[in-house]
Design a binder for this molecule. Structure first.
Ligand SMILES: [Zn+2]
Length: 197
């Protein structure tokens, strides 16, 4: 592939986090490898915001919450591979649990619809995976530095690998766009140098 790819995550600390209510997900465990997968139960997540500093991407282990400004950039620049979904935010609190008068109504869930194949190392060799659920072998993945996007990629600007759910992968175009417009709480790592360890 000609373009560079990047992982897109939140920064490790200090911005508002998203806490999803307990009853929003079901846990499924693969009988063969024991991998745990959490699946949503409802179309709309019920959640609350936790922290005072506003980001354009907010952290949650189960979903990606983004600001109106970030979504607008994606639409205006015809970025492919995502959908937006409404959220049911029950309040915005500081980290001591005090309710804040902050407006969460412009935030949405970002759903990634683009897809690539299974994870492969820089030589194009597939990372060993569970034959039943496809989960990557984590110790094997931790030995690698860098991963490639192969011909199974659907060409979307934003996508997931089949066995790396939840990790947003983006093209150079998206990285430039978000950096140029100074989106807050977004951090990129080039996929060709990414390490799990
Ligand atoms: Zn499995």
């Amino acid at each position: 592939m000609e373009t560079n790819f990047y992982t897109m995550k939140t920064k490790p600390i200090s911005y508002t986090d998203v806490i999803i209510d307990n009853d929003q997900t079901v846990t499924k465990k693969c009988p063969m490898c024991g991998s745990v997968l959490r699946e949503r139960k409802y179309d709309k997540y019920k959640l609350r915001f936790w922290g005072t500093r506003e980001g354009d991407l907010l952290f949650s282990p189960d979903c990606h919450i983004v600001s109106f400004n970030l979504l607008k950039l994606l639409y205006d620049n015809k970025v492919s591979g995502f959908l937006e979904n409404e959220i049911d935010c029950t309040g915005w609190y500081d980290r001591k649990g005090k309710r804040l008068q902050k407006d969460s109504s412009s935030y949405r869930e970002l759903i990634i619809t683009g897809r690539a194949g299974y994870l492969k190392n820089m030589e194009g060799i597939e990372i060993p995976k569970c034959p039943k659920c496809g989960a990557k072998d984590i110790p094997a993945a931790e030995k690698e530095k860098g991963f490639i996007v192969d011909e199974e990629w659907d060409g979307s600007d934003m996508f997931y690998f089949k066995n790396w759910p939840g990790m947003i992968i983006i093209t150079e175009k998206v990285r430039c766009l978000l950096e140029k417009n100074k989106m807050k709480n977004v951090r990129f790592t080039i996929l060709a140098e990414y390490t799990f360890s």
